[in-house]
Write a protein that binds this ligand. Structure first.
Ligand code: NAD
Length: 295
């Protein structure tokens, strides 16, 4: 299929590589054109404008940083949606608010386009390995059309509900992730402060009722898990800034639905502190540092 891909940053680039690997023909576009080089080396084309990138494409995929970028690309007088032929399928994989996803979906359907919101879970490693989970919102027909493309980039394609439902599922999941990461850090640091070896304590909790994803696959204590960002000075993972953004989206949704989310609110405040300390670019498991003694 001929596909236009927008946003080839940390996540978008490996996702686009997997679409190329699956034999699709790709035109990529990013505000930073230098990012296209490795994809061009593997056969992708580039374009000077979003409309040029999408010309002749049956599907458009985007992986952009926030609501503003997604609205900026698709909506408004000069937005891309207005330039796509009827029937084009739009797949937005960015983590954005449910309002933004629903707004783009409504505008797309009004123009006779297909649209799903399909934010991902699995991080940069999952994007590279093609094992992402897609949390999808939209009508079933659009999802079925998108499925082969999503399966080229991931291993789980899940239908959360109508337009915007993928965005809601994503922020619920990430709020829980932040909470159990902070809890895991707290428990490990308490153990270390009381003389335990973090490796031994991790093994004990993995076989006890404290077991959770952060402990199992993403241990936040340096040196416990060789493959985790904590063991490479919290580089190359899921940035504090992005977790902070996702918690902001969760709190926005909670306010709208008047949901009670005290732990989510506290997690957002703790990640705000980590940002304020100049650690926005570190992996989100670096929240451990907030809990450690200064000496
Ligand atoms: P990134 O900053 O590395 O990449 C975003 C890219 O979008 C940048 O290259 C930027 O130049 C480009 N861009 C911005 N506006 C654009 C526009 N109008 N047109 C074309 N390109 C534009 O960010 P990332 O880590 O790849 O994250 C992308 C999205 O994926 C975010 O919404 C993030 O929350 C989500 N996400 C990230 C991870 C992760 O581990 N990094 C995991 C799950 C979800």
């Amino acid at each position: 299929m001929k596909i236009a891909f927008f946003g080839i940053g940390l996540m978008g680039a490996p996702m686009a590589q997997n679409l190329l690997k699956a034999g699709h023909s790709l035109t990529v576009f990013d505000l930073n054109p230098a990012l296209a080089e490795p994809l061009v080396a593997n056969g992708a084309a580039t374009a000077a404008t979003p409309a040029e990138a999408a010309a002749g494409c049956a599907a458009v995929v985007s992986m952009l940083p926030h609501d503003g970028a997604v609205r900026g690309l698709y909506l408004g007088e000069n937005g891309l949606l207005g330039k796509l032929p009827r029937g084009t399928l739009v797949i937005d994989c960015s983590t954005v608010s449910a309002e933004c996803a629903s707004e783009v979906s409504k505008a797309a359907h009004a123009l006779g386009l297909g649209m799903i919101d399909a934010p991902v879970s699995g991080g940069v490693a999952g994007a590279a390995a093609g094992t992402l989970s897609f949390l999808c919102g939209g009508v079933a027909d659009d999802l079925e059309r998108a499925r082969p493309l999503l399966e080229a980039m991931g291993k789980n394609v899940m239908h959360a509900g109508g337009p915007g439902a993928g965005a809601v599922a994503k922020i619920c999941n990430n709020m829980l992730l932040a909470i159990h990461m902070i809890g895991t850090c707290e428990a490990l640091q308490l153990g270390v402060d009381n003389g335990l070896d973090p490796k031994v304590l991790s093994e004990i909790m993995l076989k006890s009722s404290g077991r959770n994803w952060s402990l199992e696959l993403y241990n936040p204590y340096p040196g416990v898990m060789e493959t985790a960002p904590a063991s490479r000075e919290y580089s190359g993972g899921f940035q504090v800034a992005l977790m902070h953004k996702d918690l902001g989206l969760a709190m926005q949704a909670a306010q709208k639905s008047q949901s009670t989310t005290p732990l989510g609110a506290l997690a957002k405040q703790l990640y705000s502190l980590q940002v304020a300390q100049g650690k926005a670019k570190l992996d989100f498991s670096s929240i451990l540092q907030l809990l450690q003694h200064a000496d």
